[in-house]
Write a protein that binds this ligand. Structure first.
Ligand SMILES: Nc1ncnc2c1ncn2[C@@H]1O[C@H](COP(=O)(O)OP(=O)(O)O)[C@@H](O)[C@H]1O
Ligand SMILES: [Mg+2]
Length: 231
């Protein structure tokens, strides 16, 4: 079971001597295993900050993040990194691939930080992840020689290669054309429907959100509303 929960999560940023932005204020939510959840809301409403707190990338000022009821946000740095690597696959907004390295090396990267995966497994896992995303013939290329849709698939392969149970994706289709947007969304849905992953995406795109099991709306740093994606 992998249920992720937030209790009273808040994060503010001091942006000048006398001004503070409350990026997220008092967010409570519970995301249970296996579904796909969309976090939607206007730009600046705190979606990325919330996702980054859930994924242990940003430390909350107050509140808690729990996985299966256990507090996970207060671990020390080293433990937190290992825990994140084992549990969360993160798909960054701008892919965040290393351009100087091959697609193979990019996908392999998170395994180098995972002590449970032996180096003899690297090849098989990279190939499996790449195959499941239809990019097995691109492994020797540099990301800069790929299309946007292919780069996003490399980023997703990297996010699943350690078998992380939870995939967090920040605007995973933000820079893609309509065709690739649908391909990437199909992949994320497949990960959750057929491969048992829990997927949380941040998106601007309401037609994508409508394909999710659940929609969480944010406004001014607060969770404004939730529905099941069918409205
Ligand atoms: N590192 C940061 N430093 C200062 N302000 C930030 C930082 N990250 C986010 N913010 C501010 O917090 C608010 C919420 O940002 P964000 O979570 O990125 O919203 P969204 O993803 O919905 O666009 C915005 O006003 C943004 O400018
Ligand atoms: Mg954002």
């Amino acid at each position: 079971m992998k249920t992720i929960a937030a209790r009273g999560l808040s994060k503010s940023y001091k942006i000048s001597k006398d001004s503070v932005v409350n990026a997220v204020s008092g967010a409570d939510l519970e995301i249970s295993e296996g579904g796909i959840t969309a976090i939607v809301g206007p730009s600046g409403s705190g979606k990325s900050t919330l996702l980054n707190m859930l994924g242990l990338i940003v430390r909350p000022d107050s509140g808690e993040v729990l996985l299966d009821g256990e507090r996970i946000d207060s671990m020390r740095e080293g433990k937190r990194c290992r825990f994140r690597n084992a549990n969360f696959g993160y798909v960054m907004q701008d892919f965040a691939l290393i351009d100087g390295e091959s697609v193979y090396s990019n996908i392999r990267l998170p395994m180098l930080y995972n002590k449970k995966i032996r180096f003899t497994e690297y090849r098989r896992r990279v190939h499996e992840a790449a195959e499941s995303l239809g990019i097995a013939d691109k492994l020797r290329r540099k990301p800069s020689r790929l299309s946007g849709g292919e780069r996003q698939r490399v980023a997703i392969a990297r996010a699943i290669v350690c078998d992380q149970p939870i995939i967090l994706a920040d605007e995973p289709t933000g820079s893609l054309d309509a065709e690739n947007r649908d391909i990437v969304m199909d992949i994320l849905l497949d990960l959750c429907k057929n491969k048992g992953r829990t997927v949380v995406i941040v998106t601007h795109d309401l037609s994508l959100a409508a394909r999710c099991d659940r929609i969480i709306r944010m406004k001014d740093g607060r969770i404004a509303e939730e529905n099941n994606g069918e409205e």
